[in-house]
Design a protein around this ligand. Structure first.
Ligand code: NAG
Ligand code: NAG
Ligand code: NAG
Length: 487
């Protein structure tokens, strides 16, 4: 997000933000801030600063590159970089079978291909200060050291967030190693393919390769075989979305393709112990009211246009990444696939959640709140097992960013407890949302059945309306594009 790695640019970036910071402090001080009573000064400043760095007007390739800057590996973490070797095409075939089984009609998508998948085993390293360099040992030796400090028999398979086109495992090492510390589990953090270069369903293929690699380690793996009942899927934002999409893929494969050929073995598709999602992005169409209503607490702004107007592509300077050929209305998927259940978990029919393992959903009072609550309600009403938690006034993924604040500590406590309980088969699902008030002072239990006023049908209608609007918009884009190509 920062503008550049060089010190002059960094200084400049700080200087231009001084007036904004002072204004925030001043308004907070005189209790005139719009979030007074729901955010403390630190949270409010964090939101304002992150918001000021988000710049969706840069060319997409540049946004992507900036967001993936590697901060290096230092301090209290072990990171062992691996490449999961390319399996047979059967993994791709399996994902396509799942998509076809779940689809409604005319969804189109690119055939993703299957390749090797890079990932990072991530764990906590004790007894070193925050700038300690990683020792100069092999990746294998790092893995051994990591396992000494993360000896649990469970594994967390982690998918980073970033709207499906930004960020990288390298940007999530701090919170991910913290999660490992609290659970005693090694975390495999996956470098899945990103849009727009690799749209839906490439990321799902990579996620499935990573999952199968845990169940049936390919030759040369550092790890031993991990039983499905000891794997917890986890992810934030788009990564939460991806972990739910992987779960839906597995659930649907159990119906249509119960074993997948993987590095010469027929691997039975078994379900993970649980899925722990952090501010999950469940509605790629971004049609729920909280996207607008909670914008004041969040650094993610609402979409700039909505159905009813003429669709216009975002005003982003072109580069070799975006717009793509043929053009799409959406970075992640063809417009026709936007409300496929594997794109938008929110679109998944209720009965699709019935056989799911326990699911944990934690969020703030943010743009994505409604979609998280609606998915939780669907899972609960379908007879599935869910634990849902919301923090008043907190922005998107606050826990990962503000680890050492009281809210961040409370966030990690329940997240890590869920992961441990899931792997031990002892999750107690709840029909209630646990609502944690500002300052952690008041904690309320609210029935999931009534935390969102929109009915499932109204949700469906909103999503369909946006998707239809983007489908029309995309048709127009493709038409202009092919006319231009003829000239
Ligand atoms: C995942 O993210 C995509 C793209 O942003 C979104 O369309 C989709 O709804 C999300 N899926 C889930 C399961 O949340
Ligand atoms: C759910 O919340 C209601 C009150 O809103 C409470 O009476 C009930 O005990 C709660 N149930 C659980 C399992 O926490
Ligand atoms: C998205 O799907 C692929 C594969 O079916 C097509 O080749 C593309 O033309 C399509 N894109 C659009 C904008 O429809």
């Amino acid at each position: 997000m920062a503008s550049s790695g060089n010190p002059i640019a960094l200084l400049k970036a700080m200087l231009v933000r001084i007036p904004m910071v002072l204004k925030t402090i001043f308004l907070h001080g005189i209790r005139m801030s719009p979030v007074w009573g729901k955010q403390d000064l630190r949270t409010e400043l964090t939101v304002a600063i992150i918001r000021s760095f988000i710049d969706f007007t840069m060319p997409v390739g540049k946004q992507q590159k900036n967001s993936m800057r590697d901060p290096g590996i230092k301090g209290p973490m072990w990171v062992s970089k691996i490449t999961l070797p390319q399996p047979e095409n059967d993994v791709q075939e399996a994902v396509i079978k799942a998509i076809e089984e779940l689809k409604e009609g005319g969804e189109t998508y690119d055939i993703p291909g299957v390749g090797p998948v890079e990932a990072e085993w991530t764990g906590h390293r004790s007894g070193v200060d925050k700038n300690a360099p990683q020792p100069d040992i092999s990746e294998e030796e790092k893995y051994r050291e990591l396992r000494k400090e993360a000896p649990a028999d469970m594994v967390i398979l982690y998918f980073h967030g970033g709207a499906h086109f930004l960020m990288d495992p390298c940007t999530h090492r701090v919170p991910v190693s913290h999660l490992s510390k609290l659970t005693g589990a090694p975390v495999l953090s996956v470098r899945y393919r990103l849009a727009p270069q690799h749209p839906f369903p490439s990321a799902i293929v990579d996620a499935l390769v990573a999952y199968l690699s845990l169940l049936a380690p390919p030759p040369g793996s550092l790890h031993d075989c991990v039983p499905a009942k000891k794997i917890v899927l986890s992810g934030d934002s788009a990564g939460g979305n991806l972990s739910l999409a992987l779960l839906q893929t597995l659930l649907s494969l159990r119906r249509v393709c119960p074993t997948v050929r993987f590095h010469g073995k027929e691997v039975p598709i078994e379900l993970p112990a649980g899925v722990a999602t952090i501010s999950p992005w469940c509605d790629v169409t971004r049609s729920m009211p909280s996207v607008v209503n909670n914008a004041v607490y969040d650094y993610l702004d609402p979409p700039t246009q909505k159905p009813g107007t003429v669709f216009r592509p975002a005003a982003i300077p072109e580069d070799n990444v975006w717009p793509c050929n043929p053009p799409r209305a959406d970075i992640y998927a063809n417009a026709s696939a936007l409300i496929h259940p594997l794109t938008s978990p929110l679109a998944a029919r209720k009965e699709l959640w019935k056989d799911a393992p326990p699911i944990f959903i934690t969020m703030g009072e943010e743009g994505l709140t409604d979609e998280g609550l609606i998915v939780a309600r669907k899972i609960h009403q379908s007879g599935g097992q869910v634990i849902t938690e919301q923090f008043e006034g907190m922005p998107h993924c606050f826990g990962l960013i503000m680890i050492s604040t009281p809210a961040g500590r409370r966030f990690f406590e329940t997240l890590s407890k869920f992961c441990r309980d899931a792997a031990a088969g002892r999750v107690t699902p709840s029909p209630n949302l646990t609502f944690i008030g500002f300052g952690l002072e008041e904690i309320k239990e609210l029935p999931l059945d009534s935390v969102v006023s929109l009915s499932d049908d109204e949700v469906d209608e909103l999503m369909r309306r946006t998707a239809q609007w983007k489908i029309e918009g995309e048709k127009e884009l493709v038409k202009q594009w092919s006319e231009k190509a003829k000239l």
